[in-house]
Design a protein around this ligand. Structure first.
Ligand code: ASP
Length: 306
């Protein structure tokens, strides 16, 4: 059971972004409007403000999109993407590291391998913490950009059938996205090998779980594919292979709806072959661009300028 965030959900998201539980539908609508505005009209409302990017785990998109978002808004970034070159390698605690960074910055984007890391950081830190992934727990800013992508691509969220496929047990993006979609009238379907099922805490009565895509590909409005998170399993990269070959094929896409949206938080490691990249339904590159705008909205709101 994920013990992350019991009381902290009371914290308003403009003060710290820890979990999607902090957002209501109207908060989300407001954030998406802000993202639209900032995407369309370049402004520098964060001139003179500084962000720390503190990443204890690998990142390409999240760290660089927060960096780009902050820079586009006129601010600057202290990037600590490789904590081994910081005092963390000397044994400094997470608490001391965030208390150090709060002396120099106005907000901290934090990714950490422990599920309780963002919560621990918030307890000791005066400046806003933005959770950029806490172990197998949540990835709220990713889920918000995923939802924004669906809204942009389909013009609605209500009424859609969203199928999530892959490592639903360890994937934090699908945990956060599932919680967000519960706020809308969306039908959820989960496809995974039995070992990698969505944890019970995210399931509701009536959720459909499948071993393969066959039964659900034809009427999915959104197909959200994730990789197997081998680094989170015993044995790491050498974790046992699953009897679950879920690489999408051209044949799957031929059976899918013409207006299906194919998404992936990335990195992909074989689940979506590059030959599908040119399919207009493949939205995973557009998803990254949408992410830049959502993260601009989050920074502008959290840093209090808009
Ligand atoms: N980039 C996403 C994350 O940090 C997805 C992944 O790594 O599979 O959770």
């Amino acid at each position: 059971m994920d013990t992350y965030l019991s009381t902290e959900t009371e914290i308003p998201w403009r003060r710290a972004v820890l979990s999607v539980d902090q957002f209501s539908r109207s908060d989300i609508a407001e954030l998406f409007m802000l993202a639209d505005t900032l995407a369309a009209m370049p402004q520098k409302p964060l001139a003179g403000r500084t962000l720390a990017n503190l990443f204890y785990e690998a990142s390409t998109r999240t760290s660089s999109s927060f960096f780009a978002a902050m820079t586009r808004l006129g601010g600057t970034v202290i990037p600590i993407n490789e904590v081994h070159y910081s005092s963390v390698s000397k044994g400094e605690t997470l608490e001391d590291t965030v208390r150090t960074l709060e002396c120099y910055t106005d907000a901290i984007v934090l990714r950490h391998y422990d599920n309780d890391a963002a919560e621990r950081a918030v307890r000791v830190c005066e400046v806003p913490i933005i959770n950029a992934g806490n172990g197998t727990g949540e990835h709220p800013t990713q889920a918000l950009l995923d939802l924004y992508t669906i809204a942009k691509e389909r013009r609605t969220i209500d009424g859609l059938t969203v199928t999530m496929m892959g490592d639903l047990k360890h994937g934090r993006t699908v945990h956060s996205l599932t919680k967000l979609l519960r706020m809308y009238d969306a039908r959820l379907r989960f496809v995974s090998p039995p070992e990698l099922r969505m944890p019970a805490e995210y399931l509701r009565d009536g959720d459909e779980q499948y071993d393969d895509l066959d039964a659900v590909i034809e009427d999915s409005d959104v197909l959200y594919v994730t990789r197997v998170q081998r680094e989170r399993m015993q044995g790491g990269d050498k974790a046992p292979a699953f009897d679950f070959d879920y690489a999408l094929t051209r044949d799957d896409m031929d059976r899918a709806r013409d207006d299906m949206v194919l998404m992936h938080p990335l990195p992909r490691v074989g689940e979506i072959p590059t030959e599908l990249d040119s399919d207009p339904r493949s939205a995973y590159f557009r998803q990254m661009k949408y992410g830049l705008y959502v993260r601009m909205g989050i920074l502008a709101a959290v840093l209090g300028s808009i």
